[in-house]
Design a protein around this ligand. Structure first.
Ligand code: NOJ
Length: 764
């Protein structure tokens, strides 16, 4: 009888809610108010527990019996389960099998596409095309939500300055300004107009915080940075994602200043909720609550669970520590049940907003799944975005020394396509390629074959494996090269050498690949190297010898077509690096927005900041990338309008396409504050525009300077500008810039301080 009454009550809550607007705050709060008192402590803790299914395992542990736990109301969310049918089956266990019928959330690593795979995030960022990036996330959300998923574990917005770290592939690179811009559009892409829309999923901005600063680029390693660096370089992209409405935040594995993120109250409560006003829920990373023990931050399960919950961590991914420890901690009075209620509220609120109480199966729709997944229009978007992500690093003639090799003529008689990545389906989709089916990816060989006419022959030779010592295929490759007019050489890393737990102690091409390039070069044939990799590599020899180099990252399902489009000139490359390529691993960490030091490098003075054996310059700087046409930059003009209530500054630079092909250019705008109460970087990106110019066409590119662009955490940690001299730079990359100077007067500084006062401190 009691069970029937309870059922009627829940049914009442659910149906009442179905009539209410799920975006209206109050009705949802009322539903939660009615539901919470019905829940036992164990059921509440169930809502805070997230377990992996056995479909996919993305961490070191597995938990048997998760299905029984779902029926027992001990699980609030599941990850690593997808497809309409499977999520429906699991949802049934919760909705029909558990006492309170509370629906599950389904999360998954939808990182750069779901079924249709887009370039890895580092590649996507290289497009500098915010619209395209947002579209990739929108398509990913559309596919994922049709397969029963409600929650994507992205975007990863960790700023990364160390290419040894395998996860540099998963983020936007080294720059904070660009990282913020990409964080915003990714959240918009995942979440669409609002949660509850059938084709949107919740975003989970990760990994909070500063995971990209792991010492020595070793995954899961300690982070030790100043509060200023944390706030200025690492935190803004998470804040940008939160401002864009990210529904959830995932903690990071690392500690900062001795406190692991999953037990860090300053991060999870003071900064995230109090400073930034985040209202969603926080999820741990995979077993990161358990890892508070080996970190040496908690002695046992109970104290780890207590530290995490008290810090503000709502949902326990896979550790099972909340389930194991919280009931007793509440009974002992160590943890107040009210604290648990707060976390349950945050999670239930999202379930309501997603419309799951109204219809728990609404996302698990087999018919929608069938008509949505890998639609032709999604594939063509993937090809379009992949082409935009390619960076032309070298093309002979652009240095004025050689004739450009690219684009290739379609009337070549013989092309030798050589290299372990030339026909490597599995590698095309990169790491964290979610539910992508690598068998459906297009290789470079397939891409090239789709372009050429019957008069052109492609001779393919593997050359070597990605990562072993064998040179047994060299002879065949040399033979292929000797017969050809031109060689396309596809080398790089395997997908599994990048991503999580994939740090490397060298940035060289793995195995014998560089030797292979040297042998092919000796044939005297013109060589275009096509790189596929998830991090900057040290490729000095290649840069000094071969004619042309294309950085293609891992481009996703349509990668082979996209590279062929660029190789044959059907698309004029427009990507720019978002990470610095060092000359040598010894320069790492190397990033463009460094400080000048007290002894800036002078090659003629030993006692200056430099190396004995190489210059301080990178091989390719941040923002760098060439085109098949050439863009000329005019002088930079700073125009100031100062009046009582208006202190607007605009920066104008004329960019002209001087070549004979239409092309896109990423015009970049940097600032330097020459003297400050604390030292400032030699350059900081503060704006960019991707423009398209026909041959001979020019454009006056205009940037408006916002008070934030000149602001920083001053000596006393207040956020704002300081009066004094500034340099402004505009250019095609962070190195080759045109400069103008201006002075920020005390009056304008005061005005900017006034404008910024009352606003939350930020540097977006
Ligand atoms: C661990 C990774 O750090 C995180 O990025 C991912 O979302 C989770 N595993 C779930 O797979």
């Amino acid at each position: 009888m009691r069970h029937i009454l309870l059922f009627l009550l829940i049914a009442g809550i659910i149906s009442a809610c179905s009539n209410a607007s799920i975006t209206a705050h109050d009705p949802i709060e009322k539903k939660i108010d009615s539901l919470l008192p019905l829940m036992t402590l164990e059921e509440k803790i169930g809502q805070l527990s997230l377990y992996t299914s056995d479909w996919d395992v993305t961490g070191p542990t597995m938990r048997a019996g998760y299905k029984d736990d779902i029926k027992a109301g001990k699980v609030g969310a599941i990850f690593n389960a997808y497809t309409a049918n499977y999520t429906k089956d699991l949802q049934k266990l919760a909705v029909e099998g558990s006492r309170l019928h509370i629906p599950l959330l389904f999360g998954y690593d939808v990182i750069h596409g779901h079924r249709t795979i887009f370039p890895i995030p580092l590649g996507l960022a290289s497009s500098w095309d915010l619209e395209a990036i947002e579209k990739s996330a929108r398509i990913a959300a559309t596919e994922a939500s049709a397969e029963g998923l409600h929650w994507a574990y992205g975007p990863m917005v960790d700023i990364a300055r160390d290419p040894r770290w395998g996860r540099i592939a998963e983020g936007a690179g080294e720059d904070t300004y660009l990282g913020c811009a990409i964080a915003r559009v990714m959240v918009k892409g995942y979440q669409g107009e609002k949660l509850g829309q059938l084709n949107s999923v919740m975003a989970s901005v990760k990994h909070f915080a500063a995971y990209g600063a792991a010492l020595a680029g070793r995954d899961y390693n300690t982070v030790d940075i100043s509060e200023r660096t944390l706030r200025e370089i690492y935190l803004p992209p998470y804040e940008a994602a939160v401002d864009a409405g990210a529904a959830t935040v995932m903690t990071s594995f690392n500690e900062i200043d001795g406190v692991p993120s999953s037990g860090n109250k300053v991060l999870l409560t003071d900064i995230l909720r109090k400073e930034w006003g985040f209202t969603g829920f926080v999820v741990s990373d995979y077993t990161s609550i358990m890892e508070l023990i080996p970190h040496g931050f908690a002695a046992d399960t109970a104290s780890a669970a207590a530290e995490a919950l008290e810090a503000g961590l709502d949902m326990d991914m896979q550790a099972g520590f909340y389930q194991a420890a919280l009931p007793k901690l509440v009974k002992q009075g160590v943890i107040q049940e009210g604290l648990i209620d707060e976390s349950v509220r945050r999670i239930l609120r999202k379930k309501f907003e997603l419309g799951l109480f109204k219809d728990p199966y609404r996302y698990s729709d087999a018919a929608r799944e069938k008509e949505t997944v890998m639609k032709p229009e999604f594939l063509s978007a993937a090809r379009e975005i992949a082409r935009k992500s390619i960076v032309l690093l070298k093309n002979g003639g652009t240095t004025g020394k050689e004739k450009p090799l690219l684009p290739l003529s379609a009337s070549l008689k013989r092309i030798a396509l050589i290299g372990p990545l030339a026909d490597a389906k599995r590698e095309m989709i990169g790491s964290w390629s979610a539910a992508g089916d690598w068998k459906k990816s297009v290789t470079l060989l397939e891409g090239i074959k789709s372009k050429i006419s019957s008069g052109t022959q492609v001779i393919y030779a593997r050359g070597c494996n990605i990562n072993d010592d064998s040179t047994k295929y060299f002879a065949e490759a040399i033979q292929a090269a000797s017969q050809a007019d031109v060689v396309v050489l596809a080398v790089g890393e395997s997908a599994s050498m990048t991503g999580e737990a994939a740090s490397r102690s060298t940035l060289d091409l793995p195995g014998v690949q560089e030797k292979l390039v040297e042998e092919i070069y000796k044939t005297g044939k013109p060589v275009a190297v096509v790189l596929m990799n998830g991090r900057p590599l040290t490729i000095n020899w290649i840069d000094q010898h071969v004619s042309s180099i294309l950085e293609t990252w891992f481009l996703g399902t349509e990668g082979g077509y996209a590279i062929a489009d660029v190789l044959f000139g059907d698309y004029n490359p427009s990507g720019k690096l978002t990470v610095t390529f060092p000359q040598s691993l010894g320069q790492v960490p190397i990033f463009y927005n460094a400080k000048n030091t007290g002894r800036p490098r002078d090659p003629n003075n030993k006692y200056t900041s430099k190396y004995l054996d190489i210059s301080n310059e990178p091989l390719y700087p941040f923002g760098y990338g060439l085109s098949y046409t050439s863009f000329i930059y005019g002088d930079v003009v700073v125009s100031k309008k100062e009046s009582q209530d208006q202190n607007e500054m605009t920066i104008i630079c004329r960019v002209t396409n001087q070549g004979n092909k239409a092309g896109e250019e990423v015009v970049q705008f940097y600032v330097r504050d020459l003297v400050g109460s604390v030292t400032r970087p030699v350059k900081e990106l503060k704006g960019f525009q991707k423009i398209k110019l026909a041959p001979g066409e020019f454009k006056e590119v205009t940037f408006t300077l916002h008070p934030n662009d000149l602001s920083f955490y001053r000596g006393d940690m207040s956020f704002g500008p300081e009066a004094g001299k500034f340099q402004i730079f505009v250019g095609p990359n962070s190195r080759d810039v045109k400069q103008a100077d201006f002075e920020l007067t005390e009056k304008t500084k005061a005005h900017y301080d006034f404008l910024l006062a009352g606003e939350r401190k930020k540097n977006l």
